[in-house]
Design a protein around this ligand. Structure first.
Ligand code: CP
Ligand code: NVA
Length: 298
């Protein structure tokens, strides 16, 4: 039984297979005959908003021959306090796989443990594994192997996106630099567990210099809205803009997992200058989701 709950536990060979299969699913969209989810019904249980993840999984499951139901966590008894482990034991007897977006990492782990069906983390407060797999697939599509390259993440270095990048870096052999104010640096314990070539700094110019990829994410993640004013104050300046892009390698990619807040983590001109990369990245959520689903059931 395979679950994608965290990139920390994903073996390197599986990383490579998913990234390779994402490219194949993209190339062969509409042509591939394989229906690995034929006869299956998957549930998507979401406690947070989503555009890309929701649509890419719903379309991906259907294109792989499966059926899918979207369950807003508030509309099922989970939202009224029914325990995760009971919800999991019910759904596990009815459906074939689950895609879950929620707050606590422990909740997706508990669901997987009790449902005993393939379970995919579609974002928690701790990680966003599907997004980082897509980002790496996109980098490799546009620039070739990521091994040996320099990836610089700028912004909230303690949220789910950088954590998933941290676990990917050691496995795939690229250098990861995280530029964040000291209040938003990743936890030392996570860096230690991951290993690899990691640099965490408050100096965003040093972090951007010579990078192959500049990456950013929102300053106020879902669930952190009450802290918005304080976060914006501390994170101001940690922005991808033209002067910062100039410090990176010529031809460096700029990526954003989206949604983007212009004038905050990226300025409008830089966003538009790199929109082609950013929306290819968004499109690739579909192809990578299909590769992840195929991996989960094979
Ligand atoms: N990047 C991402 O996960 O987007 P959504 O929140 O729209 O799913
Ligand atoms: N860090 C962001 C990612 C959104 C895709 C959040 O959790 O809201």
């Amino acid at each position: 039984m395979k679950h994608l709950l965290s990139l920390e536990k994903l073996p390197r060979a599986d990383f490579e297979n998913i990234i390779r299969d994402a490219a194949t699913f993209k190339r062969e969209r509409g042509q591939h005959q394989t229906r690995p989810l034929a006869g299956q019904t998957w549930a998507m249980i979401f406690s947070k908003s989503s555009t890309r993840t929701r649509v890419s999984f719903e379309v991906g499951i259907r294109e792989l021959g499966g059926d899918v139901m979207f369950l807003n966590a508030n509309d099922i008894q989970l939202g009224r306090g029914e325990p995760i482990k009971d919800t999991a034991r019910v759904l596990g007897r009815m459906i074939h796989g689950a895609v879950i977006r929620t707050y606590a990492q422990r909740d997706v782990e508990e669901f997987a443990e009790f449902a005993k069906i393939p379970t995919i983390n579609a974002l928690t407060d701790d990680e966003h594994p599907c997004q980082v797999l897509t980002d790496i697939a996109t980098f490799e599509e546009l620039r070739g192997p990521i091994a040996g390259k320099v990836v610089t993440f700028i912004g909230d270095g303690a949220c789910n996106m950088p954590v998933s990048w941290i676990f990917a870096a050691a496995k795939l052999g690229f250098e990861l630099r995280i530029a964040a104010p000291k209040e938003f640096q990743p936890a030392a314990e996570i860096l230690q567990r991951a290993g690899g070539k990691l640099l965490c700094t408050e100096d965003l110019k040093a972090a951007a210099t010579g990078a192959d990829l500049l990456y950013t994410d929102v300053w106020v993640s879902m669930g952190k809205e009450a802290e918005a004013a304080g976060r914006i104050k501390v994170l101001t300046g940690y922005q991808i803009n033209a002067p910062l892009v100039k410090l990176a390698k010529p031809g460096a990619l700029v990526m954003h997992c989206l949604p983007a807040y212009r004038g905050k983590e990226i300025d409008a001109e830089t966003f538009e200058a790199h929109a082609n990369t950013i929306f290819t990245q968004a499109e690739n959520r579909l192809h990578t989701q299909k590769a992840i689903l195929n991996w989960a059931v094979s």
